[in-house]
Design a protein around this ligand. Structure first.
Ligand code: HEM
Length: 404
């Protein structure tokens, strides 16, 4: 049987850009009930857990991050050619080598090392607003939370968190859809970060400490080592992939608990529910709603031909509520033991390298917040970021709670 060309299929349309959160979920559900594949803004979209996993594990589908500059209309010879590759956009042997070398530095044990810092950072942020009995949760807690932890992870002094925060903001402009204009700022931030991290690496080569850079320097496998350039790239990847994600995920979790006050009270009483609360919140309302791949060659999947270059978005949010997999997918319940893992950390070779760290950050923050912010409720309506396929969460989340 010959495969049918994807462009010739009659498919449901899925365009969630600018939609409110519930509308976006409803749009995915409507498309998924008609077909396993939908036509979307950039190409196609898969929405069931089975297909999302299959596409993310298929090594012929490559990360669309590597073609972002082209999609933004930048010439190959310019930014795309100059900029070093990130682990997020590498493929094949190059990616396998790096992941293998780096894996020992990203274990749950190394994440656990940072738990006291996480508790101290979140505790301090709560102290500032607790007597008021109200705050704007995104600006007061989510925004400042992850950067000091990434600084501690890398081994940078805590007073430098503002530098890291500014670099992260500028490097994130990559996703603003205005690459041509933002390019000088992005390049300057990346160069400053590289200089800073390279100086730290030079120090640690003679004076190792208990931090990620010292761990990366010490790693050697079969005579293979990471270069300074690779370590600087990893520091940038960690800053990029590990700050806005965690912030938005914390915002998503707390917004959800505003709708479920009984479960917030339960978490305060039983902090041991934190791991389940984190997994269930990430399934129900994940901050990364989709990630995109492109066909690096002509690919036949489920008897459909995806010609080289076709973009396929994998709707992690759709997979997380796939009725064929989850019992009561639209019910949020932190006491349920779910057997399937959610998809908000992705799957396949690019599966989130910081998953253990992110889990620890959320597991430390949520029960402490639940205990120190009892009777939490949203003040007015929550303002959400537009439901594009990037990192997503509340833009503003004014809350009130019993002061302490
Ligand atoms: C709740 C917070 C987080 C979420 C939801 C999240 C989600 C994801 C997802 C979906 C991917 C795969 C992207 C793709 O396949 O295209 C990914 C990759 C990655 N994440 Fe996370 N992430 C989080 C936190 C972190 C943290 C804290 C770090 C840093 C320590 C981190 C570092 C990375 C890196 C380096 C990659 C690229 C891995 C590779 O390409 O091999 N992430 N993350």
């Amino acid at each position: 049987m010959t495969a049918q060309l994807v462009h010739e299929l009659e498919l449901p349309l899925l365009n969630t850009t600018g939609m409110e959160r519930l509308d976006a979920i409803a749009a995915i559900e409507a498309a998924r009930s008609q077909h396993w594949l939908a036509k979307s803004e950039m190409g196609y979209s898969v929405m069931r857990l089975e297909d999302v996993t299959a596409i993310l594990r298929d090594r012929r589908f490559h990360s669309a991050l590597s073609i972002l500059p082209q999609l933004s209309g930048l010439p190959e010879s310019g930014y795309a050619g100059r900029r070093r590759k990130s682990i997020l956009s590498m493929e094949g042997d190059e990616h396998t080598r790096l992941r293998r070398l780096v894996a020992p530095a990203f274990t749950p044990a190394s994440a656990n090392r940072l738990r006291p810092t996480m508790r101290a950072v979140v505790g301090d942020l709560i102290d500032r607003v607790a007597p008021e009995g109200q705050c704007e949760f995104v600006a007061d807690i989510c925004e400042p939370y992850p950067i000091p932890i990434i600084c501690e992870l890398l081994g940078a002094p805590p007073e430098d968190w503002k530098l890291f925060s500014a670099w992260a903001t500028d490097i994130f402009r990559i996703f603003n859809g205005n690459l041509v204009e933002d390019l000088p700022l992005i390049e300057r931030a990346a160069a400053e970060l590289t200089d800073y991290v390279s100086a730290m690496i030079a120090e640690r080569r003679t004076d190792p400490r208990h931090d990620l850079l010292s761990d990366l320097i010490a790693i050697e496998e079969g005579g293979d080592r990471l270069s300074t350039e690779e370590m600087a790239m990893l520091a940038e990847a960690v800053l990029m992939a590990g700050t806005d994600t965690t912030r938005n995920q914390l915002g998503c979790c707390v917004a959800l608990f505003c709708d479920h006050p009984d479960q917030w009270a339960l978490l305060a009483e039983q902090p041991e529910l934190a791991p389940r609360a984190v997994e269930e919140s990430m399934r129900f309302l994940g901050a990364v709603r989709a990630t995109a791949r492109f066909a690096s060659e002509d690919i036949v999947y489920r008897d459909i031909l995806f010609p080289q270059g076709t973009i396929v978005s994998t709707a992690l949010a759709g997979a997380n509520r796939d009725p064929e997999v989850w019992t009561l997918p639209n019910q949020f319940d932190i006491t349920t033991e779910r057997v399937t893992a959610h998809m908000t950390f992705g799957s396949g070779i690019h599966f989130c390298m910081g998953a253990a760290l992110a889990r620890a950050e959320l597991q430390e923050a949520l029960p402490l917040l639940a205990q120190r912010m009892p009777k939490l409720a949203a003040r007015g309506s929550i303002e959400w970021k537009p439901a594009t396929f990037g990192i997503w969460g509340p833009a503003r989340l004014p809350v009130r709670f019993d002061p302490s």
